[in-house]
Write a protein that binds this ligand. Structure first.
Ligand SMILES: [Ca+2]
Ligand SMILES: [Ca+2]
Ligand SMILES: [Ca+2]
Ligand SMILES: [Ca+2]
Length: 305
C-alpha cells in the first residue's frame, strides 16, 4: 500500500532528452504519435518533420500551441516587451526553447525535425497520474516501456483494446523495426499490446481513466501504461538491473514498481506534459502540450516537509 495522506514535498528534477516525429499531412492536423510518415523507415529520423503549408512553404505549427505554451516553446520575443527585448542580461528577450513558434518564419527546431522516439526523458518528480484522462491522452502513448522487463506482445485478440488498431496487421516486422513494434508505427508503446489478451484496458487493480468527454470513444476504458504494468508484474527482475518489474519507471518513495502519484500532487505529471506530451494529438483541448516526440519514464522522489 502506498502512504496515502502523508504530507510530502516531492522533489523534482527533469532529466531530459528529446525527440521525434511528425505527420505526412500538410495543412491538416498531424496524426497521433509517433507521427512517422507512412513511407519513411522508423530510423530515418531526419525525415520526421512538421508538415509544410503548400501555399507559404512554411512549417505548420501544431494546433495545440496556445496560452502559456506560446512562450514556453517560443523562438520569438514577446511583442512590445521593452526594455526586456533590448537587454543583453535578458538575452534580448528570449522566452522559450525555440522549439516551435506561432510565427511560422521563426527559426525553430521543428523546422528541422520534431525529434526521435527512441530518446527517453526521465522525470524524477512526484510520479504520474495514471487516473488523469487529460494527462493520459497526452502521455500514455509516449510512455517508455522497458522491453527487457516485458514479454513480447502477442496477437491473441481479434478486436483491439485500442481504437483504430487492426490486429490482423500486427506482426514482427524485422529490422529496422523494433521487434516489439507489432503495429509498425516506429515506436514500442502501450498500443503494441492492444491485441494481446494478457492486457486489459480496465484491470481490477488499475486506476486508469476512461476516454474523456468529447472523445469519439467517450466513456470507454483507456489502454494505459499501468495496464501493462499490472498484467506483467511477476516478481522477477527479468532484465537483472536490481529493480523487480520496472516496466514504466520506479517509485523510490514506496520502493515499488508503480510510479503512480497516489497523493495526486500532480507536479510530476505537469512536468511530463511540458517535456513530452503529444503535439496535435486531437485528444485534448487547449490544455494540450506541444513537446518534441520523445518517450518518457517516471521515478518518484520525496522528502518530508
Ligand atoms: Ca508500435
Ligand atoms: Ca486503463
Ligand atoms: Ca519481471
Ligand atoms: Ca528490472
Amino acid at each position: 500500500m502506498k502512504h496515502e495522506g502523508r504530507r510530502v514535498r516531492r522533489a523534482l528534477v527533469t532529466l531530459a532528452l528529446a525527440l521525434c516525429a511528425t505527420a505526412a499531412a500538410t495543412s491538416s492536423a498531424l496524426a497521433a504519435f509517433p507521427y512517422k510518415p507512412d513511407s519513411v523507415a522508423p530510423t530515418d529520423y531526419a525525415r520526421y518533420s512538421q508538415p509544410t503549408d503548400p501555399l507559404t512553404g512554411r512549417v505548420v505549427a501544431p494546433s495545440d500551441l496556445a496560452g502559456k505554451l506560446d512562450w514556453m516553446y517560443a523562438a520569438s520575443k514577446e511583442p512590445l516587451n521593452e526594455p526586456i527585448n533590448s537587454d543583453p542580461r535578458e538575452l534580448f528577450g528570449v522566452r522559450g526553447a525555440s522549439l516551435v513558434d506561432k510565427d511560422a518564419g521563426a527559426d525553430t527546431a521543428y523546422r528541422t525535425t520534431t525529434g526521435r522516439p527512441d530518446v527517453t526523458i526521465a522525470v524524477l518528480d512526484s510520479g504520474i497520474k495514471w487516473n488523469d484522462a487529460t494527462a493520459m491522452s497526452d502521455l500514455r502513448k509516449k510512455t517508455r516501456l522497458n522491453a527487457a522487463e516485458l514479454p513480447r506482445p502477442t496477437v491473441t485478440r481479434s478486436t483491439p483494446t485500442e481504437p483504430g488498431q487492426v490486429c490482423a496487421d500486427f506482426r514482427v516486422r524485422g529490422a529496422p523495426f523494433l521487434p516489439d513494434d507489432l503495429n509498425g508505427d516506429g515506436v514500442f508503446n502501450v498500443v503494441d499490446f492492444s491485441c494481446d489478451r494478457r492486457v486489459t484496458a480496465d484491470p481490477a487493480k488499475g486506476v486508469g481513466p476512461n476516454f474523456p468527454k468529447g472523445s469519439p470513444n467517450e466513456g470507454d476504458p483507456m489502454l494505459d501504461p499501468q495496464d501493462v504494468l499490472i498484467a506483467f508484474t511477476d516478481g522477477r527482475d527479468d532484465d537483472g538491473n536490481g529493480y523487480v518489474d520496472d516496466m514504466v519507471g520506479w517509485d523510490f518513495l514506496d520502493d515499488d514498481n508503480d510510479p503512480y502519484d497516489d497523493v495526486q500532487y500532480g507536479h510530476g505529471t505537469g512536468e511530463s506534459r511540458d517535456s513530452t506530451a503529444e503535439a496535435d494529438n486531437g485528444e485534448s483541448s487547449a490544455a494540450a502540450r506541444t513537446a518534441p516526440s520523445s518517450t518518457c519514464a517516471w521515478a518518484t522522489r520525496s522528502s518530508p516537509t
